[in-house]
Design a protein around this ligand. Sequence first.
Ligand SMILES: Nc1ncnc2c1ncn2[C@@H]1O[C@H](COP(=O)(O)OP(=O)(O)OP(=O)(O)O)[C@@H](O)[C@H]1O
Ligand SMILES: [Mg+2]
Length: 394
Amino acid sequence: MAPAKPSSLEHLLTSREIVIACGSGGVGKTTTAAAAAAMAAVRHDGKVLVLTVDPARRLANALGLEAFGNVEKRVPDEAFRAAGVKPHGELWAAMLDTKLSWDDLVRRHAPDASTARRILDNPLYQNITGRFVQSHEYIAMERLYQLHADGKYDLIVVDTPPTRNAIDFLEAPQRMGDFFSSRLLRMLTVPYRSRLMNFASKPFYQVADRILGSQFLEDIAEFFILFQTMGPGFIERAEAVTRLLHDRRTTFVVVTTLESAPAAEAEFFIDVLSSKKFHLGAIVLNKVLPAYLRSEQGTPTAERLVENAAKLAPALVRSVLKRADPEQVQRVLVEIGQSFLRFQVVAQREAEEQAALARIPDVVATVPYFDTDIYDLTGLLRLGEQIWTETHHG
Ligand SMILES: Nc1ncnc2c1ncn2[C@@H]1O[C@H](COP(=O)(O)OP(=O)(O)OP(=O)(O)O)[C@@H](O)[C@H]1O
Ligand SMILES: [Mg+2]
């Protein structure tokens, strides 16, 4: 029998081991990832890790931590107590440090300690790992793989950085594997070898030497030659990471607001997930305007308020707004009515976006626009409650 489709975020999170939150910039990925992880830790046994790929100091503070880095830190019980809850499980947090994670990876994959040392000491190493074929995206997925393989956590929730092209994430492991089997890598390492054999006959390299300095070219070639020694391990590993991302234990949660640009990006990303056979578990619609703005009955009321503001103002001053200036009151009434009508237009557009998005996944959860920023566990759990058990039926 096929497993039942998860009907709520709670069900989704308790039936998976990796949940990856993605979406465009500023839509609430970090907040949603942390809120979902916190809810899982409060309501269920087990250890939950929220892994953020973004430098998110605000998140650290919201979780009651001074800061956190590459090594996971446990969110203290006091932070939960301050939010008025006693968690069943444990909540841990870590932030990806690209450089440290690359160093780690090199140490693990280099054939021996001295090769590892030479790679790490190569002056180009740092520079190149910073730019190299989506190194950030790759290392994020690699770190996730390692944490999952260590088996210390029952659930890992990943917060991804705002990525115009979220596909880079999904394809980074594949691309890394391709790079190691590519001709490009061979070409990059060839000049150095042939230069050693027949330096004088290569005017190109003489010119390049003069312009760039021979040390620079040697550093480049040495780096790639050394890097190649890690090839087989890397390819195998990249394949394993790709498999894990496709595994049924892994699911994606697309976070978006209902503004047209992020919503369009979300729809595009959802298509990519489906065409590449990744599992889309849920869509979280964040910062959604309240439902009463969608009611058509509000329109005539607001229109009449605007039309009759001149008559209403003196009546209001007589009855409740004693000593107020009737002209001021009139202006405020007009402004209120008009902005209600403007909000209605936005809410209507949101409703259309929502209908388009709601057709797709198993779970759609909506979160209202809160009147305050979310800066502590209380706020995170308040948001978490909103998405936790909301169910979606077609
Ligand atoms: N439902 C909400 N109501 C009110 N404020 C919210 C809501 N969701 C998120 N926020 C606030 O919006 C801001 C952006 O949220 P967040 O940092 O989670 O977005 P993000 O998608 O991770 O952004 P980035 O793309 O920059 O990483 C934060 O200040 C957060 O507190
Ligand atoms: Mg973020």
